[in-house]
Every structure is written in C-alpha cells, then in structure tokens.
Design a protein around this ligand. Structure first.
Ligand code: ADP
Length: 332
C-alpha cells in the first residue's frame, strides 16, 4: 500500500495557505487512499530564533488544527516529530551523505538565512541542515508520496537524491519518494504582497489569513487584498498576481477553475469588489467548521495527549527498523 508522510512546522499560527496547500488534501483525500503519517515537525521550528514556550504551545495547536481539519486518528497517524528519536538519528547519517554545496543551493535556505541576517539574529547551523532532517522525516517511514505545497518541492527532490546516493553507496533500501501537489492553491500568496507566499513563519501582516482568525477579521483581510488597476477580470499569474491569487483561493474553496471564474466575472461585468466579497464569504464558510472543531478539541487536552502518544508509538514502530538498518548499512 502507498505510504504518505507530510508535516507542518510549529513556527506560527497556521494559515489559509497551509490549509489549502496541504491540510485539506491530507484530510479529504490522502488519509483515505494510503497509509498516512502526519507530523508536527517541531525540531524544524528550532532552526530560527524561537521561544520554547511558544513552540510547545504552537505544536499542540497545530496538532489540534490537523484533527480539526479532518484528520482522523483512527485512519491515519498524527504525531509530534520530537517524540520519535528516529528522525534525529537518521538525520545524522544523512548529513554524512549530503554535501555542504547542495545545502547552500536550497532556495529556502537562501531566503531564510538572508532574513535572519537582516534582522541581526545570526543564522543557525540547523537552518542549513534543515532539508537533511526533512529527508530523514520522509525516509524513516519509507514514504512513497509527500503531499506538499510548491515551496517544498526542492526539498523533496533533495530527499530523492540523498536516498539514491545512500542506496548506491551503502546498499541501503530507502524508498525513493515523490512530491505531490494540489491542483489549485499549491502556492497561496500574501494578500498584501502577492509576490511572496502566505507563510505562517513570516511577520504577521494584514495579508496573512490565519485559520483561527475571527470571521470578521478574515473578511476584512480578503476585502483589502491588493489587486491592480487594469480593467476587467482575467486569470494571469505573472501579469496580475494579486487577482490570480484571489481567483485561486476562490477556486480552491468552491472546487471551480480559476480561469472559468475569471471568465464568468468578466462576462458578467462584475468587478474586483464582487470577487472579493464572494471570496471573503467562501473563506469564512470554509473555516467555520474548522474553528468549531478546534474549540471542542481545545476543551479536552487529555484526548489530544492520548492521540499524540498513540501516534508516536505507531510512528516509532515503523521508523525504528528502517533507521536501524541504515545504521548497520553505514558500518555502525
Ligand atoms: P510555512 O511555510 O507556512 O511555515 P510549513 O513549512 O509548515 O509552512 O508547511 C506546511 C505545509 O503547508 C507544507 O506542505 C507547505 O508546502 C504548505 N504551505 C505552506 N505555505 C503555503 C502556501 N502559502 N500555499 C500553499 N501551501 C503552503
């Protein structure tokens, strides 16, 4: 049976981008068609300046939002990365397979290290080796598929390279994984700055919709989205990124095609105001049940503890033999 692994970093409050690009598909499709593991990757949250209490709180919140989004712990495995030692164990072995040069070529490293430097915080070594840990996350479970947003495909490519290299050099048996992406909304952009992705680790702006924002806040953020001054409604990601982003968000919420939505708006002579109103309503309705389930789960911390304990036990049972075999293959 196909095995799926994916994760979310507790570096900030989860955004609409995380939901449309990842969580929704995990919940609606992935968990039912494959043996799936979904992880709060808290070790990754330590690669940038962090507050320990905040990371712990956000980890719980992320796990709760994953269940609120529809992940069913009876169907898939939901756990926290640091509860399973195998991630760190395997990461070290893979550091001995990866090269310094290929790490420095990672786009996310370039972006994040520049940001850390600009804010005077210094660049942690773990930021450079982050993709190796991510490779360990995936390879420890023998995952065939990694459903991620567009921003993570380069890291999955690297994971494939490392697995192939390890298998060739040490006679290992890592499964070679592949990234899969949602048809629409693989890259939800910041509503105020459509050139940059809506990222939870970024500084909070009016362009980022958080899953736990109050409905009126969500609506306000969408209504204030940046568009352009061209006449008419057309779908063009390059030339009209703000408008394209709104169309993709609405398409993703309603199951329609962004180009078809643009054509309908254009033919009806409807402007940006109407598009924003419909998008705002669609997002608010999409998030309503999620917020309600999250509130229920937050009221029962004992239940969440049990889910995460059980999830870690299941994950460990899968990862340990694979990682033990890799240790032996490397001469340890
Ligand atoms: P972030 O970049 O917000 O910190 P993570 O690295 O924790 O998010 O990613 C969790 C999942 O959400 C990944 O599959 C990632 O590709 C996806 N994702 C993150 N931001 C977006 C976005 N703006 N659009 C689409 N998918 C996204």
């Amino acid at each position: 049976m196909t095995r799926i692994f994916s994760g979310v970093k507790p570096t900030g409050h989860l955004t609409l981008g995380n939901y449309l690009g990842a969580l929704r598909r995990w919940a609606e499709e992935d968990q039912y068609r494959a043996e799936s593991l979904f992880c709060v990757v808290d070790l990754h949250a330590l690669t940038v300046e962090h507050d320990p209490a905040r990371v712990r709180r956000l980890s719980r919140q992320a796990a709760s939002l994953m269940l609120a989004a529809g992940l069913d712990p009876q169907v898939c495995t939901v756990f926290v990365q640091s509860h399973v030692d195998e991630h760190a164990r395997l990461s070290y072995l893979l550091e001995c397979v990866a090269s310094d040069g290929e790490m420095r070529r990672m786009i996310q490293y370039k972006e994040k290290s520049a940001r850390a430097q600009a804010s005077g915080q210094g660049v942690r070594l773990s930021l450079l080796t982050y993709p190796v840990l991510m490779a360990a996350d995936i390879l420890a479970y023998g995952a065939d598929e990694v459903p991620v947003g567009e921003d993570q495909t380069q890291h999955v490519e690297l994971t494939r390279d490392l697995a192939e290299r390890f298998n060739q050099r040490y006679g290992g048996a890592f499964v070679i994984p592949r990234a899969t992406q949602p048809a629409v909304a693989a890259r939800v952009m910041d509503l105020q700055d459509p050139a940059s992705k809506m990222g939870k680790s970024h500084e909070a702006t009016a362009g980022i919709v958080y899953l736990l924002d109050e409905p009126d806040v969500v609506a306000k953020k969408v209504m204030r989205a940046v568009t352009d001054s061209e006449p008419g409604v057309t779908y063009d990601r390059e030339a009209r990124p703000g408008l394209a982003n709104l169309l993709e968000i609405l398409a993703s919420c309603t199951g329609k095609e962004p180009a078809a939505l643009a054509a309908a708006y254009d033919a009806g002579g409807l402007g940006f105001g109407a598009l924003k109103r419909e998008t705002a309503d669609a997002v608010v309705e999409l998030l309503r049940p999620l917020r309600a389930r999250h509130a229920e789960l937050s009221a029962d911390p004992g239940y969440m503890d049990g889910v995460l304990r059980e999830g870690a036990a299941r994950a460990r049972a899968i990862a340990r033999p694979t990682v033990d075999a890799a240790y032996r293959a490397m001469g340890l």
